[in-house]
Design a protein around this ligand. Structure first.
Ligand code: GLU
Length: 273
């Protein structure tokens, strides 16, 4: 089977070794490889980071068939939202983050599961609030969504086999934010299908999100790719590399005279097949 994969960074900073490892892991397996800039949060993403990402990956020796820039496609994501809306699976949520946090303290700093306050609003209450200009997000009614996709939530994960997606832990997840008219989860499933991605190869930090993505694919009638989640690179002390580790950015390594071949060799060594 010919493999189409992608690397989909958010241009909110410079690429570090962990991102590069992820890009390389997908690239080395793919016959067709796409880049996607997940820049829907136009306040946090910056064009200079997008440019630097492309430059760093090319320096490393990766190549790609094309680049999709999500911020150029808001209208497509809106069509997908409307489709879910027509199925009665979305509702507007007027709660502020502070209200949600008050309603349910988050254990261990995890994102709190939304307690469902606005799910219970009557249609006329919703209309009134919207007419009064109250800002709102759109949430997925998880119970209704699971019912609608009760038989079509199977996916194949390399190293784990066939699994039934169990996204309940996300609760009534936000699919369109107050400030951004869509969300990572919605865009990722739309774009993976549009770009003909057969294998989503990405870090294990996104493993839980896969369950939600498979549910959205079922609801939107999109194909479900094969999933593979690689382990994350860590620093010498075993801590996962993060954007704040400036020394591990490709830009810093390049400036310090690092050679791409050596970095790729290091990736080969740490790879788990
Ligand atoms: N944009 C996401 C991130 O920066 C990755 C999305 C994906 O690979 O599905 O973590």
């Amino acid at each position: 089977m010919s493999i189409t994969s992608r690397f989909a960074p958010s241009p909110t900073g410079f690429l570090h070794l962990g991102h590069a490892f992820s890009a390389w892991t997908a690239w080395r397996r793919a016959e067709h490889f796409w880049l996607r800039l997940e820049d829907i949060d136009t306040t946090r993403c910056r064009p200079e980071f997008s440019a630097a990402i492309l430059e760093d990956l090319a320096w490393l020796g990766l190549d790609w068939a094309g680049v999709r820039v999500q911020s150029e496609h808001f209208s497509e994501y809106d069509v997908a939202l409307q489709r879910l809306e027509r199925q009665g699976l979305l509702y507007p949520c007027f709660c502020s983050r502070a209200e949600i946090l008050r309603a349910q303290a988050a254990p261990h700093g995890a994102d709190p599961v939304y307690p469902g306050t606005c799910r219970h609003l009557r249609a006329d209450e919703r209309r009134e609030k919207i007419a009064a200009g109250a800002p709102y997000a759109l949430r997925l009614d998880m119970t209704a969504a699971l019912r609608a996709a009760s038989t079509t939530r199977k996916f194949f994960e390399e190293g784990h086999g066939w699994t039934t997606a169990a996204p309940e832990a996300f609760g009534d997840v936000i699919l369109a934010r107050r400030d951004v008219p869509t969300s990572y989860h919605l865009c990722v499933v739309h774009d993976d299908a549009l770009q003909g991605v057969t294998h989503v190869i990405r870090g294990e930090d996104l493993r839980a999100a896969t369950h939600l993505h498979v549910l959205l694919q079922a609801l939107l009638d999109l194909p479900t790719p094969v999933y593979a989640h690689h382990r994350l690179l860590t620093d010498a002390s075993g801590k996962r590399l993060a954007k704040r580790d400036q020394a591990a950015t490709l830009a810093a390594l390049r400036a310090a005279g690092a050679e791409p071949a050596k970095i790729l060799h290091q990736f080969e060594e740490s790879r788990i097949a």
